[in-house]
Design a protein around this ligand. Structure first.
Ligand code: ADP
Ligand code: MG
Length: 481
C-alpha cells in the first residue's frame, strides 16, 4: 500500500498539480501510520507531507492535516503546493477567510497559479459570488486545462459547457437563443439610452461629504470653469470610480451629480452591457459615447461597471475582449474630446475590474463610498421621512441604533414602518403619524447588509492592495497599514 502511495508521489508534476484536489482510493491506517513516521523522519520532504495530508483529508482528520501542513510550511514557507494543501484543509473545515487569505495572493496577477484559481473559484462560489467564481474558474482552465473540475463546474452551473476551447468560444460568440429576437432589434437600431434630467442634487444625498467634495473638484469645477483650468494649463479629464458596499448610495449619488450641475444623465446599466455582449455589438458602445457627446453637458454613468470590465483574461477569446478594448479607447476618446462629458462609474466589486480602467485619463480617481456614519444616517433618515406623516421622530436615537445599516437598509426601515402604520390605519379607519417607536421596531426587522461586503473586501484590502488602492477599506476597518 505504502509503496503505491510513494509511487504516486514520485510521479512528479502531475502528483503535485493535483495536491489537495484529488483523492486516493482505499486509504488505511497502516498507510497513514507509515506516512506519519516517514514525515516524522523527514519533515522537509514535501511530497511525503503532501501525501499524508491527502490521506488525512480523506479520513476527515482535518485538525491533524492542518497541523502537518502548517509545520511543513515552516520548513518551506514559499511552497505553493503546501500553501494550497493548507488552503484546502481550511476550506474543508469551513474556515473560508483563512483559505481565502492564502489563495488570493496565489490566484491574482499574471503569474497566478491555476490550481489556486480553482480554489479561489470554490471560495467565491461559497460566498455566493457566482459570476466571480465562473470567471475565475474559466481563466484557470484556460491557463491549464488539467485543473478542470467537473464537480465545481456543476456547482457553478456550467457543467454542460465542457472545457473544450471551441465550446467555450461558441458560448459567447453566438447570441443565446432566447435573447435572439430581442437581439435582432437591438443590433439593427443602435442602443439608445434614456436621457434623464434628475431632480435630485447633492442635498438629496445624506452624508458623503468627502465624496461630494471630490466630485466637485474633479469633475464639476472643471466643467463650470473650463476657461480657468485652461488658463492655468491644468489638464481636465478622467473619470471617477465609486466603490463600496451595495446600497450605500453610489447610483443615487451619480444621479444627484447630474442634478447638481443641471445636466443630462445617461446611465449604462447592467442590462445594456448584457445586450452589448449578446450582440457583440461594439457599435452600441460607440453609440453610447456618441450620444453622451451630443447631450453635453452630461453625466455618463456606468453602473456596475465590473460587468463590463471583468478581468480581460477571462474574455480572451470572447466577444467581450473587443468590447473592453473598445470601451477603453472610447474612454480615451472622451478625454481627447471630453468637454462637458463627466464620466462616473460604480461597482461593488472593484477587484473584478481590469486595472486598465484605472489608468490616467480613465477612471483614475477611485473613491470609497462607505456605509453612512451616525450623522449621515440621521440625514438619510430625515430625507427618507420627508413628505411622510410623522410625529416628533427622534432620528438621533434611531441613527444611534442602526450602525452598519446602508442607506438602502434605512430606506427599508422607513418603508417597513410606513407599511405597518398603513395597515393599522386601514384597520382602525384613522390615519396615524409614524413615531420613533414604530421606526425602532421596524429597524429590528431589517438586518444591516454591509458587514457581509466587508468580510470579502477585507481580504482584498489586506492581500491585493496594490498601490494602496484599498487603504480606505483598511482605515474604515481600523486595520493598521
Ligand atoms: N447617502 C444617501 N442619501 C440618501 N439616500 C440614500 C443614500 N444612500 C442610499 N440611499 C437610498 O438607498 C437607495 C439605494 O442606494 P443606491 O444608490 O442604489 O446604492 P448603490 O448604488 O451603492 O448600491 C437609494 O435609491 C436611496 O434611496
Ligand atoms: Mg447601484
Amino acid at each position: 500500500m505504502v509503496v503505491v502511495q510513494v509511487n504516486v508521489v514520485g510521479s512528479g508534476r502531475n502528483a503535485e498539480r493535483n495536491a489537495g484536489l484529488s483523492v486516493l482510493t482505499n486509504p488505511n491506517d497502516a498507510a497513514i501510520e507509515a506516512l506519519r513516521s516517514a514525515v516524522n523522519v523527514a519533515p522537509e520532504n514535501q511530497a511525503l507531507v503532501q501525501q499524508l495530508i491527502k490521506l488525512l483529508i480523506e479520513l476527515l482528520k482535518y485538525e491533524e492535516a492542518e497541523h502537518i501542513a502548517r509545520t511543513a510550511l515552516q520548513h518551506h514557507p514559499g511552497s505553493v503546493v503546501l500553501q494550497l494543501c493548507l488552503a484546502d484543509v481550511y476550506f474543508r473545515q469551513g474556515k473560508d477567510s483563512h483559505a481565502l487569505a492564502i489563495v488570493e495572493t496565489l490566484a491574482l496577477g499574471k503569474d497566478a497559479d491555476p490550481r489556486a484559481m480553482v480554489m479561489h473559484a470554490r471560495l467565491l462560489q461559497r460566498t455566493g459570488d457566482l459570476r466571480g467564481a465562473v470567471a475565475t474558474y474559466k481563466e484557470a482552465v484556460d491557463r491549464d486545462d488539467e485543473v478542470a473540475d467537473s464537480d465545481l463546474e456543476s456547482l457553478l452551473g456550467i457543467a454542460d459547457l465542457g472545457t473544450q476551447d471551441s465550446e467555450l468560444e461558441s458560448d459567447f460568440d453566438e447570441p443565446v437563443p432566447e435573447f435572439a429576437d430581442h437581439m435582432a432589434e437591438e443590433t439593427e437600431d443602435e442602443l439608445s439610452l434614456l436621457s434623464e434630467r434628475p431632480e435630485e442634487n447633492f442635498e438629496s444625498v445624506g452624508g458623503m461629504q468627502n465624496v461630494k467634495d471630490e466630485i466637485r473638484v474633479k469633475i464639476i469645477y472643471p466643467l463650470q470653469h473650463a476657461d480657468m483650468y485652461a488658463a492655468y494649463g491644468k489638464k481636465v479629464g478622467g473619470g471617477i470610480l465609486l466603490y463600496g458596499p451595495p446600497g450605500c448610495g453610489k447610483t443615487h449619488l451619480a444621479r444627484a451629480t447630474a442634478g447638481e450641475v443641471n445636466s443630462a444623465f445617461l446611465s449604462v446599466g447592467i442590462s445594456d452591457v448584457l445586450s452589448m455582449w449578446l450582440g457583440s455589438s461594439e457599435k452600441n458602445l460607440n453609440a453610447v459615447f456618441q450620444q453622451a457627446r451630443e447631450s453635453r453637458p452630461c453625466v455618463l454613468f456606468f453602473d456596475e461597471v465590473d460587468a463590463l470590465g471583468a478581468s480581460r483574461a477571462d474574455m480572451k477569446r470572447t466577444a467581450g475582449r473587443h468590447l473592453i478594448n473598445q470601451f477603453l479607447s472610447e474612454l480615451d476618446g472622451v478625454e481627447a474630446d471630453n468637454e462637458g462629458v463627466l464620466c462616473l462609474a460604480a461597482t461593488n466589486t472593484p477587484w473584478h475590474l481590469d486595472t486598465a480602467f484605472r489608468r490616467p485619463g480613465r477612471f483614475d480617481r477611485v473613491i470609497f463610498v462607505p456605509p453612512p456614519d451616525e450623522s449621515a444616517r440621521q440625514e438619510i433618515l430625515k430625507l427618507q421621512l420627508q413628505g411622510k406623516p410623522t410625529d416628533s421622530v427622534d432620528v438621533r436615537k434611531l441613527a444611534a441604533k442602526t450602525a452598519d445599516y446602508s442607506g438602502a437598509d434605512l430606506k427599508a426601515v422607513v418603508d417597513c414602518a410606513v407599511e405597518a402604520k398603513l395597515h393599522e390605519a386601514v384597520k382602525l379607519g384613522i390615519p396615524k403619524p409614524i413615531n420613533t417607536k414604530d421606526l425602532l421596531k421596524a429597524a429590528k426587522q431589517v438586518r444591516p447588509t454591509t458587514r457581509e461586503w466587508f468580510s470579502a473586501a477585507r481580504n482584498h484590502a489586506l492581500y491585493a492592495n496594490e498601490g494602496g488602492i484599498y487603504d480606505d477599506i483598511l482605515d474604515y476597518l481600523k486595520i493598521k497599514r
